[in-house]
Design a protein around this ligand. Structure first.
Ligand code: NDP
Length: 248
């Protein structure tokens, strides 16, 4: 059995861009092998290559996290290769914003299936070996919107609030096996997801952030890396907002 000090195997979904990419790069800097998951081969492949160019160890896995059977077969192949995944970061997420009366069924389903079902599927197939080893870290990326709600984001807020309920329940199920489950809830972070906002929208958002700026992907990666480390040994079932003081 591997010692805790040895290099760990981490899997990060949505690692092709933005927050997930920053998390993948930082976990690699901390010495872990990182499996970079995203929808497109090009995107997860470029993060995996960047890690290797920096001297780290990584692999790319292009998969749609909303496809439960694809996730199941990918996870069983990964477990055959690696034995277990020690650190799982469920970060892949999308928005399909609209006011309720204009929100189509597909907008609801796509967001729930990607943001919430995707988390469930990876945990379902990767957590058992963690519980057997009696060590594991599961970090799910939600959003402050899952705590506060937001007009035009009923689907997204419901999925992110769902992630919090899922995480707290699993934290209770896995605690005795020394597998922790925590949530990071970012505020507004500069990534492709928020680049689509107009300058007026960004100014409005910055107006309600006490620190008067948007966050960086690295701000979320730093909290995630802490929760993935030995330093967070006695922390489980918690939600950590990283939002410049927006939600207190
Ligand atoms: P980006 O849009 O920049 O990147 C999203 C990543 O998720 C991409 O790598 C994308 O893959 C991947 N992804 C999306 N859908 C799927 C899918 N079905 N299967 C596999 N991979 C998928 O997002 P951010 O970095 O901004 O956000 C990351 C997470 O943080 C999300 O869960 C988001 O909800 C959350 N968050 C972000 C905030 C922000 O302000 N940016 C605020 C609060 C929460 P590909 O590259 O192949 O397209």
């Amino acid at each position: 059995m591997r010692e805790e000090e040895e290099k760990k195997i981490a899997l990060v979904t949505g690692a092709g861009r933005g927050i997930g990419k920053a998390i993948a790069l930082l976990l690699s800097e901390e010495g872990h092998h990182v499996i970079c998951v995203s929808r497109s081969e090009e995107s997860c492949g470029s993060t995996a290559s960047e890690i290797q160019l920096n001297g780290g160890s990584s692999e790319a896995l292009a998969i749609d996290v909303s496809d439960a059977s694809a996730v199941e077969s990918a996870c069983s192949e990964l477990l055959e290769t690696h034995g277990l995944i020690d650190i799982l970061v469920n970060n892949a997420g999308i928005t399909r914003d609209n006011l309720l009366f204009r929100m189509g069924q597909a907008d609801w389903d796509e967001v729930m299936n990607t943001n919430l079902k995707g988390c469930f599927s990876f945990i379902k197939h990767l957590a058992r070996p963690m519980t057997r080893k009696r060590w594991g870290r599961i970090i799910n990326i939600a959003s402050v919107i899952g705590l506060t709600g937001n007009a035009g984001q009923a689907n997204y807020a419901a999925a992110k609030a769902g992630i919090i309920g899922l995480s707290k329940s699993l934290a209770k199920e896995f605690a005795a096996r020394n597998v922790t489950v925590n949530v990071v809830a970012p505020g507004f972070i500069e990534t492709d997801m928020t680049n689509i906002l107009s300058e007026d929208q960004k100014t409005g958002i910055i107006g309600v952030i006490p620190m008067k700026r948007m966050g960086k992907a690295l701000d979320i990666a730093n909290m995630t890396a802490f929760l993935a480390s030995q330093k967070s040994d006695y922390i489980t079932g918690q939600v950590f907002t990283v939002d410049g003081g927006m939600v207190m």
